[in-house]
Design a protein. Structure first.
Length: 346
């Protein structure tokens, strides 16, 4: 008789409902999906789902697997975690790519939950842990500011266009000016709230100060990176960090005839990528180390933006290195080491 070695509940999360598929895998590595049901995306729905799932697996704990769908999955994830149940959250692009291998022709909530369950059965997934409260709040604030800055840019462009017209409407100009003043005030409030949160937590305050020792990295960039990575707790190495940010290089090559252009994947956290853009420009202008990287890459392929992205990746990796070593960044460290080697008698 075959023995069950793993139970998985694949959950397709929508705003108002959860479509759940139960699956199991046996000791001979065969698997089956054996039950489906829909529940409300609410606390009462969560309770009903857990009771229903555990009825079919009394001898073994379920592994609950879901996609990261905006914010709709968060309440369920926190509920399951508080009940000491095993939870994994998977990026949507991973499930999407996996679904293609299953040759699913009809995409519905039911087939999506089946794909998630099958993915959970076949893969060894990391258990989800909630963010520390301080980083969760900082992430909310930095993302709010990012959206506000985007809105302000649109308002500035509208004001410029209105002023440049042959017969500008003074009423529109006045409203845009008032809107910009309001947005500036809101941004200041957000920055003040971020500073208050950071100053109250000694650990976060020390980390921000440490990261700000890197050329080009300011308080907002340091806070954004720490908030998006939960203080680097979810990061094991530099390669994982660049992949999480979507700054890893994607190449397409086959034999001698097919060789596509290498480019960054952009399949990652866009807030991290965006946060590193201005610091990279500052580092190129003020730090010989990054200026050398930029110049070498531009001389190689002539594409400045590609070289800037490479510096973004180097800066992000340096932030992780500084965190690991708990040592401040020393400008010109490599150059001083080279000089020391030249002066040291052989």
């Amino acid at each position: 008789m075959k023995k069950i070695v793993k139970h998985v509940a694949g959950i397709d999360v929508a705003q108002k409902e959860l479509v759940v598929c139960l699956g199991r895998i046996y000791d001979d590595l065969s698997s089956e999906l054996y039950s489906h049901k829909t529940f409300a995306n609410s606390v009462s729905g969560f309770k009903s789902m857990v009771s229903w799932a555990q009825l079919s697996a009394k001898e073994m704990a379920f592994h609950y697997v879901m996609e990261a769908t905006g914010v709709y999955h968060e309440s369920l994830a926190y509920y399951l975690w508080e009940k000491d149940l095993i939870v994994s959250i998977v990026l949507p692009n991973k499930i999407c790519n996996y679904s293609r291998t299953l040759q699913v022709k009809t995409v519905t909530d039911k087939t999506a939950s089946e794909a998630i369950a099958q993915f959970g059965l076949e893969r060894k997934l990391e258990q989800w842990q909630p963010q520390k409260p301080i980083y969760k709040k900082l992430k909310q604030l930095t993302r709010e500011r990012d959206q506000l800055v985007g809105t302000r840019t649109v308002a500035k462009n509208q004001l410029h266009a209105e002023k440049s017209e042959a017969e500008p409407n003074q009423g529109s100009i006045n409203r845009n000016i008032k809107l910009l003043a309001f947005l500036n005030k809101q941004e200041k409030e957000i920055k003040d709230e971020i500073n208050r949160l950071v100053s109250k937590d000694e650990e976060v305050k020390a980390l921000v100060k440490l990261e700000c020792s890197i050329t080009g990295i300011g308080v907002l960039t340091a806070v954004t990176v720490l908030a998006e990575t939960n203080g680097f707790e979810m990061i094991r190495n530099k390669r994982q960090l660049t992949s999480y940010a979507g700054l890893d290089v994607k190449e397409k090559q086959s034999g001698t005839s097919v060789k596509g252009k290498s480019r960054i994947s952009k399949k990652g956290n866009r807030y991290l990528r965006k946060a590193m853009h201005m610091p990279a420009l500052s580092a190129i202008g003020n730090d010989d180390r990054y200026k050398a990287v930029f110049s070498r890459l531009v001389s190689k392929h002539g594409i400045k933006m590609k070289a800037v992205v490479a510096v973004q990746r180097k800066l992000l990796e340096m932030m992780f290195t500084v965190f690991q070593r708990q040592e401040k960044y020393v400008k010109g460290y490599l150059i001083s080491k080279e000089v020391q080697r030249e002066l040291t008698p052989q």
